[in-house]
Write a protein that binds this ligand. Structure first.
Ligand SMILES: C[S@@+](CC[C@H](N)C(=O)[O-])C[C@H]1O[C@@H](n2cnc3c(N)ncnc32)[C@H](O)[C@@H]1O
Length: 155
C-alpha cells in the first residue's frame, strides 16, 4: 500500500510488515528499473563525531545513519527508508564532498519489488532477525562496498 502523494520518481514508500517499527516502511519500485540506473540522489547531513558519540548513538537515529570512513551521515528522504537485504536490489555510492548518496539498481528490478540495500554483516541474519550489533557499529557500513558495486556494474 502506498503512503502519501505519488510522484514521477522510480519508487514509492510501502508498508513492510516484516520490520517492527510503529510505522513500518520500505521503498518499492514504481516500474521496472534496469541494472545500473540511478534511482535516487539523497542529500545528507554530516553528524559531528562528538555529537554522534554523546547523543545520536543513543537514539533511534543510530539505526538510520550511514558510516563512511569513520564519519556519520544522516541520509534525507527515502534514503533512510531502504530496508536491508543480503541480496539487495540497490547499491550506493557516497560522495563525501557533496554529502550525497547515490543509489543505483544493482540488477534489473521488477515493478513492485522492494528496493533494498545491504547494511553490512552485523545487522540481520537471513531471516530478518537482529544480528550481532554492538553499540560501536552503525547501520550502513560502507567499507569495501564501492569495490563490490563497481564489480557488479562491470559484470
Ligand atoms: C534505515 S531503517 C529502514 C526503514 C524502517 N523500516 C522504517 O520504517 O523506518 C532501519 C530499520 O528498519 C528495520 N529493518 C530494515 N531491514 C530489515 C530487515 N531485513 N528485517 C527486519 N527489519 C529490518 C530495522 O528495524 C532497522 O533498524
Amino acid at each position: 500500500m502506498q503512503h502519501g502523494a505519488s510522484c514521477s520518481c522510480y519508487y514509492e514508500v510501502i508498508e513492510t510488515p516484516y520490520t517492527k517499527e510503529e510505522k513500518a516502511r520500505g521503498v518499492a519500485a514504481r516500474w521496472d528499473v534496469c541494472k545500473g540506473q540511478l534511482v535516487e540522489v539523497a542529500h545528507c547531513i554530516l553528524i559531528p563525531k562528538d555529537q554522534y558519540n554523546e547523543h545520536m548513538r543513543h537514539t533511534v537515529l543510530e539505526h538510520y545513519l550511514f558510516r563512511f570512513r569513520g564519519e556519520m551521515l544522516l541520509c534525507l528522504g527515502v534514503g533512510s527508508l531502504f530496508n536491508h537485504s543480503r541480496t539487495p536490489s540497490l547499491d550506493y555510492r557516497i560522495d563525501r564532498e557533496e554529502l550525497i548518496i547515490r543509489f543505483y539498481a544493482a540488477r534489473d528490478i521488477r515493478q513492485g519489488e522492494e528496493l533494498t540495500i545491504f547494511y553490512g554483516n552485523v545487522w540481520f541474519d537471513d531471516t530478518g532477525n537482529p544480528g550481532n550489533l554492538s553499540s560501536e557499529t552503525c547501520m550502513h557500513d560502507h567499507m569495501d562496498h564501492e569495490d563490490k558495486f563497481l564489480a557488479a556494474l562491470d559484470a
